[in-house]
Design a protein around this ligand. Structure first.
Ligand code: AMP
Length: 334
């Protein structure tokens, strides 16, 4: 493979796993020469620097044709969202990008990411998932969105009903591609791919990308840029990690001590059980800290709004329930 960013000597990976062939990357979002309103959306969402997959995968989406990206770290949703938001023409009221996810929850989360990142581009995003009335989707499609995010079955149904036309499609994203290209979804995906224009970029994202799947993609992808982020690359530079062994009764005092001693812009505090989430939140509130908390009793929309407040910086401390060893209170600073 030749061209900008491609490696002549392909990086050898373990047997059975895809090899990378595109090694160009950036260190900041500014280097990507994105539309100013997209950059505004990214920083407005609270992202400061690209994650590893974003450093590597956004460029080929913009510059290259098809892309296959495999990684197990964070940030793949925003990687393809930023890439495809850059490609889209917000003035054109046609479906320009279709994103398929295997589950309703994932499709829902992805549509939220598009809405936030695309806020200043003023693009319209339509969510099409099972378990809702098709009539509602048909109404939403009349608003002429540029982005469709959905599950394969519902999307294909709407294509058959002639409510979706893919004639102006620029890019087609398969999230969790390894799952989407395995038995349960394969026939539906093949049919949708047969209906997209030849000129549309196909972008596959997944945590794993076994060679068998990559071989299958040769039937429908053109000379894809392949990006593999290995686990050892996923260190979070700029974030220092510490741990402190404590007796249970000392935890809160040490937490306050840390707050007094260092400047903390935002923090997430993970607790083991809901009772501790409530206790730590109350104690921090008493000290005048703006707190948000998440535990199992919250409904999804409540979680979403807590996360929105935290991301936008309205609240500075997020206390969250997570299953960690009981003795440990793990404090992560951003
Ligand atoms: P994902 O792997 O796409 O599900 O993203 C996991 C989490 O990482 C989400 O909460 C994102 O909002 C967050 N995230 C993704 N990219 C960045 C970034 N560049 N900076 C900070 N947080 C990010």
């Amino acid at each position: 493979m030749e061209g900008k960013g491609k490696n002549k000597d392909q990086i050898k990976e373990d047997e059975g796993i895809m090899e990378s062939n595109f090694d160009e990357s950036v260190e900041t979002f500014d280097e990507l020469n994105l539309k100013p309103n997209l950059l505004r959306g990214i920083y407005g969402y609270g992202f400061e620097n690209p994650s590893i997959i974003q450093q590597k995968a956004i460029l080929p989406i913009i510059q290259w044709n098809d892309v296959i990206a495999a990684q197990s770290g964070t940030g793949k949703t925003a990687a393809f969202a930023i890439g495809t938001l850059q490609l889209v023409d917000p003035q054109k009221n046609e479906i320009q990008c279709l994103i398929l996810s295997p589950t309703r929850e994932l499709a829902h989360q992805t549509s939220i990411v598009y809405q936030f990142l695309g806020e200043y581009l003023k693009v319209k995003v339509c969510l099409l998932i099972g378990g809702t009335r098709v009539g509602l989707d048909i109404d939403k499609l009349k608003e002429e969105p540029q982005f469709l995010v959905g599950n394969p079955g519902r999307v294909l149904d709407l294509i058959w009903k002639k409510k979706i036309s893919l004639g102006y499609l620029q890019s087609f994203v398969l999230d969790e591609a390894d799952e989407m290209l395995s038995k349960g979804f394969l026939e539906t995906i093949k049919e949708i791919i047969s209906l997209i224009p030849n000129t549309a970029k196909i972008l596959l994202f997944s945590a794993t990308m076994p060679k068998g799947i990559v071989e299958m993609t040769t039937k429908f992808m053109k000379d894809p840029a392949k990006i593999l982020v290995k686990n050892e690359e996923l260190t979070l530079e700029g974030i220092k990690h510490y741990y402190v062994y404590l007796k249970k009764e000392d935890k809160l005092d040490v937490l306050f001590e840390i707050y007094r001693g260092i400047e903390i812009a935002q923090a997430i505090i993970y607790c083991y059980i809901k009772k501790v989430v409530d206790y730590v939140s109350e104690e921090l509130k008493k000290k005048g800290h703006m707190i948000s908390s998440i535990h199992g009793d919250l409904k999804q929309f409540e979680r979403d709004s807590v996360m929105r407040y935290f991301r936008s910086g309205v609240t500075r401390v997020l206390v969250i329930m997570a299953y960690l060893p009981e003795e440990l209170m793990y404090i992560k600073f951003h």
